[in-house]
Design a protein around this ligand. Structure first.
Ligand SMILES: NC(=O)c1ccc[n+]([C@@H]2O[C@H](COP(=O)([O-])OP(=O)(O)OC[C@H]3O[C@@H](n4cnc5c(N)ncnc54)[C@H](OP(=O)(O)O)[C@@H]3O)[C@@H](O)[C@H]2O)c1
Length: 344
């Protein structure tokens, strides 16, 4: 007897990826339902070699659902996650709505899977921001070995991180440049085609953007509140895959060889680091892949115990859908959740 899984936001970038990963990994589900807004009701989504008819989230009865994978945005999650949890389904949410709630675990399974047991307080588990997820996968083994004091990170984030409309905007702006048509900018604060934008999400009072603030706060919650982190988050004209240039200052000495060996053996990480042209991973190559790729590992001689590296991952997979499904697998494998049908 398997689980009943609802994917809320199934027509979006993350939801579509969730459906394909559930099928790929043969998640133990007896039934999977695709939910979205009323405007998508009756349309179809692919699930492995099947198609699912999309149903409207706001009229759906969750009483026999075990797990709801939620990727329908922050305001929808704020309203619906508590209602869905009240019907006895565990909500694994991709938005930022619940991440910093002290009663909601914020999980990257390679880093803090043990925190999953805390889901019972609210019936909700949060998935981190896409840039944080890949970063903490790389930082965790290094922190365990040499204790991280400070991290300086600059991100190069793809447009898919801002949803399907943002991908369409990059595509249509790029086309307009070649056809000499007027460029229409709606999703981004400036044109994104052939440009980079040093703003993701809104500005905070201190001059950081909310995306940068999320990386700082979420890294502390997932990994260690003592880690100091400063971020500059930049949107780049790439469809899928986030890259990060990371400089890490450790308390204890750690060599490039040690970092390489730790990351080679760390869950979720793959090191591709040849010091020759092309001997590193770029966002284009990581699209559709599960790993967090690490390249360009080198000493930062400007600080004591400093290391710099380059880190790339598919934001729709490890940054969102894959991480959410790994959390669900964690609930199943650790026997933290029984299917309702079996219990009945
Ligand atoms: N993309 C990433 O890399 C990433 C990473 C981490 C977290 N996230 C988060 O994941 C969430 C989804 O992101 P996305 O990139 O998949 O966005 P998206 O491509 O814009 O898709 C949004 C999805 O939400 C659905 N939705 C919107 N309003 C709804 C409503 N009132 N009721 C039910 N469903 C509704 C949409 O359905 P319709 O098609 O019917 O409108 C669509 O399925 C966001 O909270 C985002 O911040 C995204």
């Amino acid at each position: 007897m398997g689980y009943k899984v609802a994917v809320a936001g199934a027509t979006g970038n993350v939801g579509r990826e969730m459906l394909s990963i559930l099928a790929e990994r043969a998640f133990p589900a007896d039934e999977v339902v695709a939910l979205a807004s009323r405007k998508s009701q009756g349309t179809e989504c692919s699930f492995g070699d099947k198609t699912l008819k999309v149903k409207a989230l706001d009229t759906y009865d969750f009483s026999d659902v075990d797990i709801c994978l939620m990727s329908a945005g922050g305001s929808v999650s704020k309203e619906w996650s508590p209602k869905i949890a009240a019907q006895g389904a565990v909500v694994i949410d991709n938005s930022s709505a619940w991440r910093m709630d002290p009663d909601v675990p914020l999980i990257v399974p390679e880093v803090n899977a043990d925190a999953a047991a805390g889901f019972r307080k609210k019936g909700i588990i949060a998935n981190p921001n896409c840039s944080t997820a890949q970063l903490v996968v790389a930082l965790k083994p290094l922190h365990d070995a040499a204790t991280i004091k400070r991290v300086v990170v600059s991100t190069y984030q793809s447009v898919s991180g801002a949803g399907k409309d943002a991908m369409d905007e990059l595509f249509s702006q790029t086309k307009s440049v070649y056809t000499n048509d007027e460029l229409v900018t709606k999703k981004f604060p400036k044109r994104i085609a052939f440009n980079v934008i040093p703003q993701i999400d809104v500005f905070m009072e201190d001059g950081y953007t909310k995306e940068e603030w999320k990386m700082m706060a979420e890294t502390k919650k997932i990994l260690d509140p003592k880690i100091k982190l400063t971020a500059t988050c930049v949107r780049v004209p790439v469809f899928i895959g986030h890259a990060e240039a990371v400089t890490i200052e450790f308390e204890k000495p750690i060599s490039v060889d040690e970092v390489t060996s730790l990351l080679r053996n760390a869950p979720g990480c793959l090191v591709i680091d040849k010091r020759e042209p092309g001997g590193y991973v770029t966002p284009y190559e990581c699209a559709g892949e599960d790993a967090t790729y690490i390249s360009r590992i080198r000493e930062d001689a400007t600080v004591e115990n400093g290391i710099s590296l380059w880190c790339v991952s598919d934001n729709l997979r490890k940054g969102a859908a894959l991480n959410a499904i790994q959390i669900a697998e964690c609930l199943v494998n650790r026997k933290l959740l029984q299917p309702k049908k079996k219990a009945a």
